[in-house]
Design a protein around this ligand. Structure first.
Ligand code: FUB
Length: 462
């Protein structure tokens, strides 16, 4: 209940101007907008970078993962990507039933081993299987006929997902995996399809949540992973932290955050060098129509400090991120303390006007005219906005009217020549106008008598 949430968030209550200072950074272009992709693992073979990704197939507004296969993408320049298709499917594991989650491919002796978490239809939920192929593109087939790791593996993780496999210079391979704060590691036998010895719980990996990625550089072992502590991300979101060690099984020393929160709640890293440049490959929700279960893989350059620590990755703006809201700072005349102003600019496409699964802006119990504002550090050319109204069938209803205003350098004025500001439910209401160049844009909202107003998403485009 919205009203009950007000009690727990009472400490955050504020009136008057409310400013979101930690605006999520805009992010790079997706490797594809034809499908939704997630959970990247990267591999370089010769002149080609391979990305092994999950495939999000949840419908718009879906509230769960729908993942049935994994795709492989290739590139010779880390810029233009070719989808080589679904090279591994749930049906390739006869014992698996659902949930084609975050996998990774490791080469050995001319073969390529694809470690893949799946719902194994057995006791517990997720297991880790392994497929093998003769080339980075397969074809791949089940190498074992059953799970490599399951809930019956002694000392396994509370959730056996997200394997990362690393082969050291001496030929010893290691597998790391886990979620629900349960990182685990084990040696692999030379056949790559059996554990060699017991499962260990690495120490020193602060705030580990899931999604480990292991690599080695200049004799130091690096473990990047998804963490969801409040020091690095908003509730429900994650950042990427990393730790280093001088031994592949640790102990580890936490080194900090290498990737801030992204626009999807989950965050998943792959860090790799390709043609002399290091990259952070990750996913977010920035693809058109994207969301927490409709993610898109992207990558940005990663740079090193002289002491071997990683600089925090700058999430760059890709050409398909046309929503200027993603890079704006949002403020408002009033937001109810239990609502989320930042929700209006997370790039989500709601299923309907009651879909506050990504949070919602609402100004209950104010009535009359309130405003939302976007501000940019430099002038933006804006010629179109879209508003998806929030209607909770309680105190928040569709507005009576709205209009778009901009800062002309000294005052807010109505944007000249704007088309009607729509107030329809269950859709983006688009208002167009001859483009203005401005650092500040306002949406002025006037409520119906007796109601307050709310917004699920407010987009701005050139
Ligand atoms: O894609 C399903 C799960 O979400 C992955 O296994 C996690 O890493 C998270 O990205």
């Amino acid at each position: 209940m919205l009203r009950l949430r007000a009690v727990t968030l009472a400490a955050a209550a504020a009136t008057g101007l409310v400013l979101i200072t930690a605006a999520p950074a805009p992010a790079a272009a997706p490797i594809t907008t034809s499908i939704y992709t997630a959970d990247p693992a990267a591999l370089v073979v010769g002149d080609t970078m391979y990305l092994y990704t999950g495939h999000d197939e949840a419908p718009a507004g879906g509230t769960n993962f729908v993942m049935r296969d994994w795709h492989v993408f290739t590139s010779g320049d880390a810029t233009a990507w070719t989808d080589q298709g679904a090279k591994l499917k749930l049906s390739d594991f006869s014992w698996a039933g659902a949930d084609a989650w975050a996998g990774e491919v490791e080469p050995r002796n001319g073969k390529y081993y694809w470690y893949a978490p799946v719902n194994g239809n057995g006791a517990g939920w997720m297991d880790i299987g392994v497929a093998v192929g003769d080339s980075p593109l397969g074809p791949f087939h089940d190498a074992k006929g059953g799970p490599l790791i399951s809930d019956s593996t002694p000392n396994s993780s509370p959730l056996n997902i997200d394997p990362t496999v690393f082969t050291d210079d001496d030929g010893q391979a290691y597998i790391y995996w886990g979620s629900y704060y349960g990182l685990r590691a084990a040696k692999l036998k030379p056949d790559m399809i059996n554990l060699d010895g017991g499962v260990v719980t690495p120490s020193g990996v602060s705030n580990f949540w899931e999604a480990p990625w292991m690599f080695k550089r200049n004799g130091t072992y690096y473990l990047a992973y998804s963490a969801n502590d409040s020091a690095c991300s908003a509730p429900g979101y994650a950042c990427i932290r990393y730790a280093t060690a001088s031994n592949p099984l640790g102990p580890w020393t936490h080194r900090g955050v290498v990737l801030d929160q992204v626009t999807s709640t989950t965050n998943h890293p792959a860090i790799i060098e390709f043609k002399g440049q290091w990259y952070m490959v990750y996913h977010n929700a920035n693809s058109p129509g994207g969301g927490n279960f409709r993610r898109s893989v992207t990558l940005d350059k990663l740079y090193w400090n002289a002491d071997g620590t990683m600089q925090k990755v700058v999430q760059t703006t890709g050409p398909t991120s046309s929503n200027l809201a993603l890079s704006a700072t949002a403020s408002t005349s009033y937001v109810s303390p239990w609502e989320t102003l930042g929700a209006i600019k997370d790039g989500f496409t709601p299923a309907n006007s009651a879909d506050h699964s990504h949070g919602a802006y609402g100004n209950w119990n104010h009535q009359g005219t309130e405003w939302l504002e976007y501000q940019w550090p430099s002038a933006q050319t804006v010629g179109r906005v879209g508003v998806y109204w929030f209607d909770d069938d309680q105190g928040i209803d569709l507005p009576a009217s709205c209009k778009v205003q901009y800062w002309n350098g000294s005052a807010y004025v109505d944007v000249p020549g704007q088309s009607a500001c729509g107030v329809a439910a269950n859709t983006f209401n688009t208002t167009t106008f001859p483009a203005v160049s401005t650092t500040r844009l306002r949406l002025s909202i006037t409520s119906k008598t007796g109601f307050s107003t709310g917004v699920l998403e407010w987009t701005a485009q050139a």
